[in-house]
Design a protein around this ligand. Structure first.
Ligand code: NDP
Ligand code: MG
Length: 380
């Protein structure tokens, strides 16, 4: 069985990944969290990993004493997280941290020759060129965990030599599907956090409500599958049963279906190219009766158009819009900006200028630029 390291083990994807590893018999050799010491300790006792990273340096001492009776190496900070991502014992690193902090650990895992199961889409949004090239050069696999990208990856199995016309990226539409801008003026964090189909971390749930999540996924698809932005079409599919599809040059369309449960794509990234029974419900199409499809509304959900524009421009523009959004979502959750301001300011971030080459250093500089822009535009 593949030995797995889980970055972001205390989160929504991370906890489901532990369930998948336990039921499937995959040894977990590394764990990482930002600050949730209690759950990280519980996971350390359960999984008995070789190395654990508590990223928040102020918690390093107290976490170390919590697990002092165990034979485990505790590390901290970005260097600790990168060391964990490259852990010698692991065959595969699952990156499920939230935000672009995931970029450097992804690169560290690739350099160490690990296959990477990638949930952290911000890694590809900001450093897609670097990551895909590093993976090719090092001969390792990037296995998508994001449900849509896992569906596309599965739809392409056996057809990698065939010409793709387009990718049909499905979107649930989030909690505000069909609403006008006027109706979205009074949205509170509480209503935005209520996703109809998926239970996820707070950041991605807000991104699903603004459709920024779908925008990030368009960029993710461009990098993962080597297509042009114009080849990615977003289709709103409220039921989240068809997880995405690929149209080939003969107009045959192949997709992947299943209940909306992230354990399926998480497990496939671990078992690839094989499959095994998954701890989830089975799909019964007759429970649904009908499946529906709509065009997205780009005038209301401006984040989606901003993401398309950013990837068409390329370079560091996806980083600028992504990092503006990463800075804006917590401000919305703290009640400091309105729901609509997220989209307005993400769009405005496109007017920032940065035509530098895509390198790790320049990505981090573009992140600072976007965060500075948000600080200036949102008075405390
Ligand atoms: P959560 O907010 O639920 O969890 C984030 C996890 O990352 C937590 O374990 C958190 O630790 C940890 N973390 C955050 N920053 C760091 C850091 N600097 N170092 C180490 N650990 C860190 O997020 P999700 O699980 O929802 O999402 C994770 C990623 O997966 C995101 O990129 C998201 O876009 C993607 N994704 C998620 C899906 C979902 O269904 N949830 C679906 C598809 C993609 P702590 O608990 O201590 O804060
Ligand atoms: Mg997704």
């Amino acid at each position: 069985m593949k030995k797995v390291t889980i970055l972001g083990s205390t989160g929504s994807i991370g906890t489901q990944a532990i369930t998948v590893c336990e039921t499937g018999g995959f040894p977990v050799v590394g764990l990482a969290a930002l600050r949730n010491e209690e759950l990280l300790e519980e996971q350390t006792r359960r999984c008995r990993p070789k190395m654990v990273c508590i990223f928040d340096e102020s918690r390093y001492g107290s976490f170390k004493s919590r697990v002092a009776d165990l034979d485990v190496q505790v590390v901290t900070g970005i260097d600790g997280l990168c060391a964990l991502a490259a852990l010698e014992d692991a065959d595969l690193t699952l990156n499920a941290v939230s935000g672009m902090i995931g970029l450097r650990p992804t690169l560290a895992a690739i350099e160490a020759g690990k296959d990477v199961a990638l949930a952290n889409k911000e890694t590809l949004v900001t450093g897609g060129e670097l990551v895909m090239k590093a993976a090719r050069d090092r001969g390792v696999r990037i296995l998508p965990v994001d449900s849509e990208h896992s569906a596309i990856f599965q739809s392409l199995e056996g057809y990698r030599h065939c010409r793709v016309n387009k990718i049909l990226l499905t979107a649930s539409g989030g909690p505000f599907f069909g609403k006008t801008r006027e109706e979205l003026r009074q949205v509170t964090p509480e209503t935005a956090l209520r996703h109809p189909n998926w239970s996820m971390g707070a950041k991605i749930t807000i991104d699903s409500a603004t459709l920024m999540n779908k925008g990030l996924e368009v960029i993710e698809a461009v990098h993962l599958f080597g297509v042009r932005p114009e080849q990615v079409e977003v289709v709103v599919h409220r039921e989240s049963v068809i997880h995405s599809l690929v149209e080939f040059e003969d107009y045959a369309v192949i997709g992947q279906l299943g209940v909306p449960d992230m354990k399926i794509p998480i497990q496939y990234a671990l078992t690839y190219p094989d499959r095994m029974p998954c701890p989830t419900k089975r799909l019964r199409l007759t429970d649904y009766k009908t499946l529906t499809f709509f065009d997205p509304d780009p005038d209301t959900f401006v984040c989606l158009s901003a993401a398309f524009q950013a990837i068409r421009r390329g370079g560091l523009y996806p980083t600028l819009v992504n990092c503006a959004n990463e800075a804006l979502v917590p401000l919305f959750l703290q009640g400091k900006i309105s729901f609509l301001q997220i989209g307005e300011l993400v769009q405005e971030a496109l007017s920032l200028k940065n035509d530098a080459l895509v390198t790790v250093e320049n990505i981090l500089e573009a992140e600072r630029q976007a965060r500075e822009f948000v600080r200036e535009r949102v008075s405390p």
